[in-house]
Design a protein around this ligand. Structure first.
Ligand code: C5J
Length: 223
């Protein structure tokens, strides 16, 4: 066992690369490129694109350190049988889940828009988890996959901070995993929501988990 301890908030985080997963949440074209679902909801995708180089650096370090790398994709079956009408019909987006957009059908598993952005393409041996919900544990085998790999700590990056990242982190925390979110490798369409999420995760003695900067993480992963 090789324990690494490094400065994080609200206090030091310790992990063993052999029992740690790096989960990159939903870095998909539909959330990060014009013409996708995020844009159809009226959002500017530019702030999300700004974290791509940081996520990429962490991904490289996680690979080099031998962490279990998992990518998630929020997406649905072509017949939408795994998309509750409440999800599809809510609000007034210019394009709904399943509608034909410039990158194919919005958030449909085999459409171009649901693909992970090419800058962060998974390696052939990495796990890519398709998830129909905001949380990555809902209606997926994620818990089983993590337990099979002997994982007890999870480092998170990806989008969006207060929706799929936070939901997944809370699910993981309830299942007994120690979770840390890389502060500058996650982003929201709403800066205030990101700031609030980071605060609420680490409040009350890390009630949901820890946060750290990518610089802190990269130093720990190199060490
Ligand atoms: C959203 C996500 N925001 N990946 N999905 O609908 O956070």
């Amino acid at each position: 066992m090789r324990k690494t301890v490094f400065s994080a908030q609200p206090f030091a985080f310790s992990f063993d690369p052999a029992t740690t997963a790096f989960i990159v949440i939903d870095m998909q074209r539909d959330f990060l490129e014009p013409g996708g679902f995020g844009a159809a909801l009226g959002n500017d995708v530019a702030p999300l694109r700004a974290i791509i180089p940081t996520v990429s650096r962490l991904l490289s370090a996680a690979r080099t350190s031998g962490l279990c790398v998992i990518h998630t994709r929020e997406c649905h079956r072509p017949d939408l049988s795994d998309c509750p009408p409440s999800k599809r019909l809510r609000g007034d987006p210019s394009l709904r889940i399943g509608d034909e957009g410039p990158m194919g059908r919005i958030l449909i598993a085999d459409a171009q828009g649901a693909a992970i952005i090419p800058e962060l393409a998974p390696l052939p041996d990495e796990i890519v988890l398709e998830k129909p919900g905001k949380g990555a544990f809902h209606a997926t085998a994620l818990d089983e996959i993590l337990r099979t790999h002997g994982i007890s700590q999870i480092i998170f990056a990806g989008v969006t901070t207060e929706v799929c990242v936070q939901t997944t982190m809370r699910e993981a925390n309830d299942r007994g995993y120690d979770c840390l979110l890389a502060e500058d490798a996650t982003e929201s369409y709403f800066p205030a929501f990101k700031a609030a999420t980071l605060e609420m995760i680490r409040a009350q003695g890390a009630i949901v988990g820890w946060t750290a900067t990518s610089a802190q993480l990269l130093e720990a992963l190199d060490g």
